[in-house]
Design a protein around this ligand. Structure first.
Ligand SMILES: [Zn+2]
Length: 493
């Protein structure tokens, strides 16, 4: 059989006004043709696809088309949307006759001019391949599942854990595609949309209500071999689109009635725990900073929930920095920031210069105001780093400055990259995280990179485009009523 592979990913945060451009994709590398397999063997969804092909023990010819990925951020530009549509069109047309498509997407990508970018990408693939060629779509489970996605794909699978395991998702998607093309299974999909959103504080699948919900999905798969996949999709809470909301998808071999029954059950289970998903663990900023300062040892991680770069926030919050300076904290800390204008000013001043300038709050102006600080430029870099922990080829942080402000060492970059969420990114600029008492992480869930060198994470209740106060976000397009913004009588709305 001949299978084509496409991997395109970006997660959109509608409350970050900075658009995601082609440069953001390029900062993680854009790969086409065989280079996709060369770069990602063993890594991510593409790596999972290749593992499934290797293990299938069948004659499979693979046609890799493109791999493009950007860190979560603001809506993608129309230029970026059209770029990928052109690549899909040209790639599938050049591929000739294929028997199936592994379509690896995020599922929560919106463009300046379009809510449902991935629905349109699936539609494009379907229009080129025709109705008979299986398309298995594998998604980040923080996707927003839409009518178009379900209606035009053959099957959808989604991440089974948070933190994510993209390799696993790519593998189960490819395994399913191979079985479909081989004629072993004939999938039917049932899905349910819930009038439900939640902040991200209960998103880890290892504990709490998310564990209950995901464990039930796995149990459904284990109980009956006809159940091919149960995908729970708690949409990330920053996507303000007309079809927004959580969903469940059930893929069953042949038996529609079973798929519908299980879809009702798994959606109902999430709905029954809707209040538990809203539980907040985050503590006020000053409390969190004092806890970190007084902790017996470091590195204490402070999760800046509102400014989660991995959740698409702009990365320009100065709220925790402000607290550390105002409280006169003496413990050392690490804080990353993404702010091209500040990088330019500090580079102009030069290494060892002492500079007074306003920092932070230049992008997400609805949430932050610039804070005037005085600090010293310690190092200037070009921002290219290679991160083994991130299991990806080298990334480009753009020009990057290490800037010392009182007890705080700031890593200020032009591009989003991985913000300061991976220790190696600091080491690349000559900063050893182990020597610090606290580190601000621009993520609300992905603590795994710092885990080997840190003590438990303190979740800080910061405002920002990723804030836990979802009711306080300026929603415009999401369907209403939706829980918890309103009381809703039934998950069917
Ligand atoms: Zn996700």
């Amino acid at each position: 059989m001949r299978l084509a592979v496409i991997h395109i990913g970006q997660e959109t945060n509608d409350f970050n006004p900075v658009p995601t451009t082609m440069r953001d994709y390029e900062s993680f590398g854009l790969f086409e043709g065989e280079a996709v397999f060369e770069q990602f063997r063993g890594v991510g969804q593409v790596g999972g696809y290749l593992a499934a092909v290797d293990e299938a023990g069948r004659q499979i010819r693979s046609v890799p088309i493109i791999r493009g990925w950007a860190t979560a951020g603001g809506r993608i530009t129309t230029e970026a949307r059209l770029f990928f549509e052109d690549k899909i069109r040209a790639g599938l047309q050049a591929a000739g006759k294929i028997d199936g498509l592994a379509l690896q997407l995020h599922g929560a990508c919106a463009a300046e001019d379009m809510d449902d970018v991935e629905g349109a990408q699936i539609e494009l693939c379907r229009s080129i391949l025709g109705p008979g060629v299986p398309i298995v779509v594998s998604l980040d489970h923080h996707a927003n599942i839409t009518r178009k996605m379900v209606g035009l794909s053959t099957a959808i699978v989604a991440h089974r854990t948070q933190p994510h395991d993209p390799f696993d998702t790519g593998k189960i998607g490819a395994e399913l595609l191979i079985r479909i093309v081989a004629g072993e299974v004939k999938p039917v999909m049932a899905w349910r949309k819930l009038r439900l959103i939640s902040h991200q504080e209960q998103f880890l699948t290892s504990k709490g209500p998310m564990k209950v919900w995901f464990d039930r999905a796995r149990a459904m798969e284990a109980a009956d071999p006809r159940v091919l996949h149960v995908g729970n999709c708690p949409m990330q809470p920053w996507l303000d689109v007309a079809e927004g909301g959580w969903a469940s998808i059930v893929v069953v071999d042949g038996d529609r009635a079973l798929a519908e029954k299980l879809a009702d059950e798994i959606a109902g289970l999430a709905w029954s725990m809707r209040a538990e998903f809203q539980k907040k663990d985050a503590v006020p900023i000053d409390v969190a900073v004092r806890m970190a300062d007084e902790a017996p040892s470091g590195v204490v991680c402070l999760s800046d929930t509102g400014d989660t770069v991995f959740g698409g926030a702009a990365g320009d919050s100065n709220l925790i920095l402000e607290s550390i300076l105002r409280l006169g904290i003496k413990s050392t800390g690490l804080i990353p920031m993404i702010e091209p204008v500040t990088v330019a000013r500090l580079i102009e001043a030069g290494v060892r210069a002492t500079v007074t300038l306003p920092i932070g709050g230049h992008a997400a102006t609805a949430f932050f105001r610039p804070l005037e600080v005085t600090g010293t430029v310690r190092r200037i870099g070009d921002g290219r780093v290679r991160l083994e922990e991130h299991r990806a080829p080298g990334i480009d942080m753009g020009r990057t400055v290490v800037f010392e402000v009182g007890p705080v060492t700031m890593l200020i970059s032009e591009l989003r990259g991985v913000a300061g969420n991976v220790p190696a990114v600091y080491r690349a600029f000559g900063v050893e995280p182990i020597e610090y008492k606290m580190a601000v992480l621009k993520t609300a869930s992905n603590f795994q990179y710092f885990a080997p060198i840190s003590s438990p994470v303190i979740r800080v209740d910061t405002r920002g485009p990723g804030q836990s106060d979802v009711a306080g976000l300026p929603w415009k397009r999401i369907p209403r009523p939706i829980y918890p913004l309103e009381e809703v009588g039934s998950w069917r709305g």
